[in-house]
Write a protein that binds this ligand. Structure first.
Ligand SMILES: C[S@@+](CC[C@H](N)C(=O)[O-])C[C@H]1O[C@@H](n2cnc3c(N)ncnc32)[C@H](O)[C@@H]1O
Length: 380
């Protein structure tokens, strides 16, 4: 039901100035009007001088941060932002989350949700906390189905579990290889900057120029242009300079995952998170030759061969990364009912190289040559 805009904005004002505010974002624009900034984000911060309301505005080129004192200064700053013709307000506070969208007619469409309660102890009714709120205005801009948002959030959860809580390099340089529509790229950028409070420089790489152009437009619209950029090119050859600390690859097709791992090793990336997609390369090699010993029982059946090839491919990838000085674990980042492509290779550079004889024995026994091994041998 549409509501009166000024009444709804008064409600938002109350939440923004309330000590229970968690964070708020204003973005988008109303029909026929353009705000003076592309986006504004507000959150309480505890400074030496005391509690302040932090306001980060972005004019499309760079962010501008100021911390205003409670009272008149905060009142005036909030009133000035509420006077801007933003199309959306998303406000989270201790008790409630309010999502306000201005309709084409200039009314307010308001969605109110009570804040999630403390997670229950029973598994079946556990409240799942999202790393990035499904109601975050970012999603309205970048789109994506509910399933994709869930997948991306699960990936972010794995990222959160991988990165140390402090001592990260700043700016943290991140690359997302085979980024496609860049749902993960945008969500990771937002998570790292808005939730973790990091300075981030991020590049999304995809071979498709149309994706680069679309994603670049969306980044500008969100006020991320500059620190978040998109490049069109192959994972193998895309120029990413300086080298990133963190490499992401979500469902880069087939051997594109090998290319991503190869680039990550070449850059000496500190952290790699790669969720592989289809695995045709090793499966095709297994099909062409007899299996060792009794294993024809596995590779003689198409579906078993494919599943086995998945396991073999990712085991070999992990072994190659270990040889190159990474500690690697292979986990499921989301349940298999969501996607069968739910494995995640998670690597942290330690500089301690793992053994190579087991890898050699495995490829010799199966007479396979993984694409990642070729890339590492041919291109360093
Ligand atoms: C299945 S989509 C995944 C997109 C995105 N990471 C996601 O999870 O939504 C794979 C993407 O990888 C890109 N891609 C495949 N091979 C590539 C390569 N060698 N170099 C660059 N991009 C590649 C495709 O264009 C496509 O956009």
């Amino acid at each position: 039901m549409p509501e009166d805009l000024s009444t709804a904005l008064a409600e938002v004002r109350g939440l923004l100035l309330d000590p229970g505010l968690t964070r708020a974002v204003a973005a988008g624009r109303r029909r026929g009007a353009t705000p003076s900034v592309v986006r504004a984000e507000l959150r309480p911060v505890a400074l030496k001088a005391g509690r302040r309301l932090q306001i980060v505005t972005n004019d499309g080129a760079r962010p501008h941060t100021r911390n205003v004192a409670p009272g008149r200064e905060a009142d005036e700053a909030v009133d000035a932002l509420l006077a801007e013709p933003f199309g959306n307000w998303h406000v989270e506070s201790a008790g409630t989350t309010v999502q306000l969208r201005v309709t084409k007619k200039g009314d307010a469409q308001v969605h109110r949700q009570a804040a999630a309660t403390t997670p229950q102890t029973h598994d079946h009714d556990r409240v799942r906390q999202h790393l990035l709120d499904p109601g975050d205005p970012l999603w309205e801009v970048i789109g994506g189905t509910a399933a994709k948002r869930r997948q991306v959030d699960a990936f972010l959860r794995a990222l959160a579990a991988t990165l140390p809580t402090d001592g990260l390099p700043q700016p943290l340089r991140v690359v997302d290889l085979g980024c496609g529509n860049a749902y993960l790229t945008f969500a990771a950028y937002r998570y790292l900057t808005a939730v973790r409070g990091l300075e981030v420089e991020m590049t999304g790489v995809d071979v498709r120029e149309d994706q680069r152009d679309r994603n670049t437009r969306l980044a500008a619209h969100l006020g991320y242009a500059g620190p978040l950029r998109f490049a069109a090119g192959t994972i193998l050859d895309a120029a990413v300079d300086p080298a990133p600390h963190l490499v992401l690859a979500l469902h880069a097709c087939d051997t594109a995952t090998d290319e991503a791992l190869h680039r990550a090793v070449g850059w000496g990336a500190e952290w790699i998170l790669a969720a592989p997609c289809c695995h045709h390369d090793i499966a095709a090699q297994l099909r062409r030759q007899p299996a060792p010993g009794p294993y024809q029982l596995i590779t003689g059946q198409g579906i078993l061969r494919e599943r086995f090839a998945d396991v073999l491919t990712d085991s070999l990838r992990a072994a190659l990364l270990r040889e190159r000085g990474y500690r690697v674990d292979v986990t499921e980042f989301i349940d298999s009912a969501h996607t069968p492509r739910n494995l995640l290779l998670r690597a942290r550079r330690t500089g301690q190289t793992g053994p190579s004889h087991e890898y050699e024995e495995l490829v010799t026994a199966w007479q396979v040559r993984p694409r990642l091994a070729e890339l590492l041998a041919d291109r360093g």
